[in-house]
Design a protein around this ligand. Structure first.
Ligand SMILES: C=CC1=C(C)c2cc3[nH]c(cc4nc(cc5[nH]c(cc1n2)c(C)c5CCC(=O)O)C(CCC(=O)O)=C4C)c(C)c3C=C
Ligand SMILES: [Fe+2]
Ligand SMILES: [Fe+2]
Length: 337
């Protein structure tokens, strides 16, 4: 006997056929306080996709050392970037969600747009449950990481699978795993760089700084490094830059292991001694500005550059909720709606 409206008359099962787009990003603490950052880091850093150290050893290090020391330090950094709307990552993600929703409905596409954070809130589980309650049985997931990486993209998939494995009737599901070479991403990045060059002049060096990961992950088959290099190649080709005009680097190193190189901070520090005093930095692995761009690049690395004698440091902001970026999202999901 059908208990819900919208059930298929013949089979008695849900066939409401509503489609939902689910944007997923990393997540951020609820507040810039040590206790909120501890909660966030405890969830984030316990994810075996993020830290691939044998569980027992890692839990002892995480709970015995890292979660005692890092939350207070990170909270102080979060305080520097916190806005009236809260954490920039969440505030910008919400703008992206509402602008994508407007764009899809203005082009006659009947799909709702939802937002989940891999760690913290709104959680993947609660967002999927809301979508289910709304009768959505066709799901298009767009993790907002342009370059596939196991610690980010695959981890988003794990969280979705963890929730869906409790469901009896699964939705149709399309999961977008990477868009590092999508023509609309490349144009959006190139346009944003060109606008900076038109306004401020071409710098001596454009630094394309991507979030790092342990080098070991590359050797184990994670394509992230190669995808970052391809994004760079396509963007600089589009801009007509030569090899001397730019450099690709990796930031946000965590722990003592060797991470992808060259490191952003060491590279930037060495530039003034080579006569390079005027640089622009962009972070193409981040779809929204966050701690790692606003504090680490715009703040910390600016000081590193100036401390080493550099004169002009420009940070080119992430694509955030700019029109090119939202159009790119719409064009990526449309074939599956
Ligand atoms: C511990 C290993 C980490 C890996 C591997 C990693 C990969 C990775 N991360 C992003 C995007 C973001 N990371 C952010 C913050 C952040 N990242 C790590 C660690 C790893 N990231 C930590 C410990 C933190 C927390 C901040 C701190 O305490 O230093 C963020 C910003 C979150 C915010 O609230 O603003 C983003 C976004 C990518 C793309 C990536 C890919 C390899
Ligand atoms: Fe990270
Ligand atoms: Fe950082």
């Amino acid at each position: 006997m059908a208990r819900f409206s919208g059930l298929d008359k013949e089979t008695g099962h849900s066939a409401r056929g509503k489609t939902g787009v689910l944007l997923v990003n990393l997540g951020t603490p609820d507040e810039p306080t040590a206790s909120a950052v501890r909660r966030y880091l405890a969830e984030f850093l316990a994810d075996p996709r993020v830290v691939e150290i044998p569980k027992l050893i890692w839990m002892m290090i995480l709970h015995g050392i890292i979660l005692r020391v890092r939350p207070a330090k990170s909270a102080a950094l979060y305080k520097e970037i916190w806005t009236e709307e809260g954490s920039p990552l969440l505030a910008i993600s919400r703008q992206q969600q509402s602008k994508l929703s407007e764009l899809l409905s203005s082009t006659g596409t009947n799909a709702s747009v939802h937002l989940a954070m891999r760690y913290g809130s709104p959680s993947v589980a609660s967002t999927l449950q809301d979508m289910h309650k709304q009768g959505i049985d066709k799901l298009v997931v767009l993790p907002l990481y342009p370059q596939y990486a196991a610690p980010t993209t695959a981890s988003a998939f794990d969280a979705i699978a963890k929730e869906l494995c409790k469901w009896r009737y699964l939705p149709a599901l399309h999961f977008i795993n990477t868009y590092h070479d999508h023509p609309d991403l490349i144009s959006a990045l190139a346009n944003s760089i060109q606008q900076d060059f038109d306004k401020n002049g071409k710098p001596q060096k454009l630094v394309l700084s991507y979030h790092g990961m342990p080098e070991r992950n590359l050797h184990l088959g994670d394509p992230y490094y190669c995808f970052c290099m391809k994004t760079t190649r396509l963007v600089v080709e589009k801009l007509g830059l030569t090899e001397d005009d730019y450099i690709t680097t990796f930031q946000s190193r965590f722990g003592k292991a060797k991470w992808l190189q060259p490191y952003t901070d060491a590279t930037i520090e060495a530039l003034p001694a080579k006569g390079i005093n005027d640089i622009a930095v962009i972070c193409p692995a981040f779809s929204a500005d966050c701690l790692e761009t606003l504090e680490e690049i715009q703040g910390e690395n600016r000081h590193v550059f100036e401390g080493a004698g550099g004169k002009n440091f420009r940070y080119i902001e992430c694509l955030n909720a700019n029109d090119d970026h939202i159009k790119m999202m719409a064009n990526i999901v449309k074939p599956y709606l």
